[in-house]
Design a protein around this ligand. Structure first.
Ligand code: HMG
Length: 389
């Protein structure tokens, strides 16, 4: 009998501030219906000047280490597309902030929003090789588009940490997996830019094409039939995208796309993304967190995942929710992470959006704005300096 490997624990963190879409709409004269209904977003997390993917990733992972210890962790995989260094893995800073043992390998993975799913699948492979080991997967991103661009309403920031090991308390990852790659320029961020470039409509089409491609491959790999799934967790750049994707999948499979069915299949997965915004690599796993935190008992039921990363790479796979998973959730902490954010007005958000760290090697102390457990204290001689509270 094959061993059961999957997500043993899941915890997330998000930014210090929150911008309501009503404030953005008031600034740019957009009908709020476009944001609330058209793209399905209510607000977006905005990181403080002293937060970045490292502080968010460490804040997400700290509760996992506090609960399980680190003695079985021999690998940390940090997935991000808002990388802070071309050479050093952001996970090495997290390793240090969390006080993990030196006998651990740490690496960073990138393929747009898909990176965390690659990390999860690689983690499953490592655990299969040595079931005594656990892998800490961290997905952490700050989504940033140009001010006054169509993408601006789809920004956000969050990190998800997942502990992967045998006999998972939350979700067992199943073997069949459908994968898809296509060379498209729908969304990209050259090394010299802070903000992503995007061809919005092309990106939506590329995502839908990837849904079809992954499903075809998943079926050919002997995957489950569509009707078996209790729920569908999609990558959610904006929550309406999950609805578009699911309708497309149902159409592709010759199923009806009535509103009730679509809402039943994925409605619960959108609760956190709707108020956090796009968190790139973390997005699909925030969808899982929202589902597990809200659904009636899903123990023993299969859940589908569709992970899409622009450029593009995508994967469709399934997980079976573990019996008794509700005893291991962090629902209270997740809700608190969302509720503790301080609202910013449009001017405050714009100032945060425009702030940059110096690139000339000079000393710079960041303002102490964040209240989380870790902060970016500044930069000196091109080196980032982190602090634990
Ligand atoms: P836009 O041009 O501002 O918006 O860009 P639109 O005109 O397409 O309108 C959006 C929807 O709002 C439409 O509905 C309108 O009808 C509706 P749809 O036709 O799509 O069903 N609408 C209204 N609804 C109600 N009341 C109203 C109203 N007005 C209009 N008053 C776009 C939208 C998403 C393209 C833009 O925000 C963007 O470029 N975002 C960034 C790119 C993105 O998120 N793409 C998603 C797929 S790619 C992906 O997921 C990967 C990614 O996460 C990155 C990665 O992988 O690394 C982005």
């Amino acid at each position: 009998m094959s061993i059961s490997i999957g997500i043993h624990d899941l915890s997330f963190a998000t930014g210090e501030f929150v911008l309501a879409h009503t404030a953005l709409a008031a600034h740019n004269g957009t009908d709020i219906g476009k944001y609330h209904v058209g793209i399905g977003q209510e607000s977006m997390s905005v990181p403080a000047a002293d937060e970045d993917i490292v502080t968010l990733g460490a804040a997400a992972a700290a509760p996992v280490i506090a609960r399980h210890g680190a003695s079985r962790i021999r690998t940390v995989i940090f997935a991000t597309e808002s990388s802070i260094d071309q050479a050093k893995a952001a996970g090495v800073y997290v390793h240090s902030l969390l006080g993990l043992p030196s006998a651990v390998r740490v690496v960073e993975l990138k393929q747009a929003c898909y990176g965390a799913t690659a990390a999860l699948q690689f983690a499953v492979g490592l655990v299969r090789r040595d079931p005594a080991q656990q892998v800490l997967v961290i997905a952490s991103d700050v989504s940033k588009y140009e001010l006054d661009s169509p993408g601006e309403a789809t920004q956000g920031a969050a990190a998800v940490a997942m502990l992967v090991g045998v006999d998972p308390a939350l979700v067992r990852i199943e073997d069949p997996s459908g994968v898809f790659t296509a060379d498209v320029m729908d969304f990209w961020r050259p090394n010299y830019r802070d903000e992503a470039l995007v061809d919005g409509q092309e990106s939506v089409n590329a995502y839908l094409q990837a849904v079809e491609g992954t499903w075809k491959d998943y079926s050919e790999q002997g995957g489950r039939s569509l009707d078996e799934f209790a729920a569908f967790c999609y990558h959610q750049p904006f929550t309406k995208m999950a609805y578009k994707a699911h309708r497309h999948l149902l159409n592709t499979c010759g199923h009806d796309t009535d509103q009730d069915r679509v809402a039943r299949d994925l409605g619960l997965t959108t609760a956190y993304n709707r108020v956090i915004g796009n968190s790139y690599t973390a997005s699909v796993y925030l969808g899982l967190a929202a589902l597990l935190d809200q659904a009636d008992d899903l123990g023993g039921r299969p859940v589908a995942f569709l992970s899409y990363g622009s450029g593009s790479v995508a994967e469709f796979f399934a997980g079976t929710v573990a019996a008794g998973y509700r005893d291991h959730l962090r629902t209270k902490e997740h809700r608190a992470a969302i509720e503790r954010r301080t609202p910013v007005d449009y001017a405050g958000y714009r100032a945060l959006h425009e702030q940059r760290l110096p690139t000339d090697g000079s000393d710079h102390a960041t303002p102490a704005q964040s209240t989380g457990p870790y902060r970016l204290a500044g930069i000196s001689g091109h080196k980032r300096i982190y602090e634990t509270r």
